[in-house]
Every structure is written in structure tokens, then in C-alpha cells.
Design a protein around this ligand. Sequence first.
Ligand code: SAM
Ligand code: SF4
Length: 336
Amino acid sequence: MTTEFPRVLIDRFRRRVDYVRLSVTDRCDFRCVYCMAEDMTFVPKKHVLTLEEIQEVASAFVELGVGKIRLTGGEPLVRNNILSLIEQLGQLPGLDELVITSNGSQLQRMAGSLRELGVKRINISLDSLQPRRFRHLTRYGNLDQVIAGIDAAIEARFERIRLNAVILKGRNEDEVLDLVNFALQRHIDIAFIEEMPLGLIDEHNRALSFCSSEELRQIIAREHLLAPLGDPQSQEGPARYFSIANGPTRIGFISPHSHNFCHLCNRVRVTAEGRLLLCLGNEHSADLRAVLRAPGYSRDKLKQAIVNAMAIKPERHHFDLDETPDIVRFMNTTGG
Ligand code: SAM
Ligand code: SF4
């Protein structure tokens, strides 16, 4: 017997959840200083969801009315056979938007296939245009390779490409205008993200290196006229966007500290281990892997677990850079 589920997920604060970020791996070929510790322990492979399990989770969410899935990680494009998963997801009836966040390292060879398989939009991280600095911030990254990946994505004609930059005081804040100009030249968007206290790091002091979106906006405004684009309700997610120089490039600011956007939250995350995280800044979660691997598994049981989890989605996060983080999981584990 199958259960009838409404095609809509609503939490107890009456927010509709229609967007899921799926982390397909916690592994990565970079070790960005704000995202990971240098010496990381990754999840044992047997604990990571198989591609079939990820597909099952995605199908359950779509049947519950989720229209947008973002693949992330870790670096999603280093997961073995990721293209076969993307091909399956690209054909899911009811899924309007399949998008991906990547560090760009594999895009030179993969951008064309991603586009062909139905990925509509892509976010690519880029924190510096100086090769040595880029290497320091990512610990292993090669800037030329990433820029070639960005250009391959432009060539592949995604509907939208957005660069993501995390700016740290004293490290790369002097490159904000260069990064904006890089995006302008290529007619792509760029978003500046405030660093979040996810995971314990000792490479820098997150409170001391914090750069608020407002500081960055003022730096950009010295050279460019920024015009706000619409109200946040009509925009995608937490980024507040501005147009610039009447061109197609949009400048976004994602400001979890200086501009709380929790009341608009429409998303949940699934970690590579199959933990359904209801909030980036809280530990409330449901173990979907346990459901997937239990005897007598059925899609309805998975859907019921997801519906039940809506009752524990927290109202908001309480990030505080001056406190020892309550959230010990790193961003790569979280599925940023
Ligand atoms: N590896 C891919 C990438 O770098 O784009 C996808 C995963 S990564 C965790 C997703 C985004 O989270 C990246 O844009 C990265 O800059 C951002 N990020 C990682 N750690 C962060 C932190 N502690 N605070 C804010 N943003 C962070
Ligand atoms: Fe890897 Fe992305 Fe984290 Fe950098 S931000 S370490 S590229 S997962």
C-alpha cells in the first residue's frame, strides 16, 4: 500500500521548503583555509551514500514538491561517476532546476557534459586572481586551471554562472575590485560570502578576518554604481543582488552575520553520509541513510522521514564569530 503525500513541504514556521542541496562527497582536491583544516579526516567510504541512494533521496524530495537541487560537497566533480548521477537527475520529472557548485578544478573537461546533461546554472568559487595567493587560500589550487574551467563554463553556455568569493580581512580584501572586474569582463555574476564559523580551524582567527558585506559594498561603490535589484523575496535565496554599470553582471552579497535571512529560508541540506540537515547553523537533523539501509526499505518510508523532519527545522541560526563554534562540522561536510 502506498501513502498519499502532499507535493509540498512546509515547516512549522510556515516556510515552504522547495530547494535541496545534496552533498555528493565530503572530499575535495582543495583545502580552502576557511572551509577545512589542513589535516582533514574524511568520512569512511562505506558511510557515504552510493550514487543510487543519492538518486533515491533526490527522487523522494522531488515527489514532495522540491523543484531545485544543487549538487555540492566537498568538490562534487571529484566524485567517481558523478556524470551518471547528473544524467539521471537531469531526467527527473518535476525537477525544474539542477544546479551545481564547484571549485572549478575539473570544469575544463566537464563543463560541456554538465550542460548537455541538464545542469542549468553553475556557481564557481574564486577568491583570488593572484596565483600564489590563490594557492595559499586553497592550499592546493591552481589558478590557471580554475580560470580555464570558468572559461570552459562560459563556452558551454550555462543559463547563469556565478562566482563565489569569500573575502578575509588582510588576505584578499584588496582584490574585491579586481574580482568584480573579472566578472564584468566575462558578463557573469559574482557573490561575496561572509565567512561562517563552521568547523574548528587554526589557520586564522575568523573574528579578526571577518569582512562584512557592507564593507565590501563600499569598496565596490568607490568605482561602480550599484543599483539594488528588487526585494529579497523575489530574489534567489539569501543573496542580495545589485546591478552594475547597466550590464548583465549582478553583484550579490550573502551576509549570514550582517543580514539575517532565516525567515526566507526555503532549503535543507543532505550531507554525503545521508544526514538531512535542517539548518546550516544548527545540528537538527534526520538520518536518511538509516532509513535507506533498513530492511524493508520503501520510498514512502523515506518520504515520511523527510516530512517528519520538517517539524524540527529551527527558526534561525545564531552564528557568533567570537564564540567557540557550536557547529563542529566543516563546510565541506555540510554541503555548502
Ligand atoms: N567545492 C565547491 C566549491 O568550493 O565551490 C562546493 C562546496 S563549497 C563548501 C561551497 C561554497 O562554500 C564555496 O563557495 C565556499 O567558498 C563556501 N565556503 C566554504 N566554507 C565556508 C565558510 N566557512 N564560510 C563561508 N563560506 C564558505
Ligand atoms: Fe573544497 Fe570547496 Fe571547501 Fe574549498 S570551499 S575546500 S573547494 S569544498
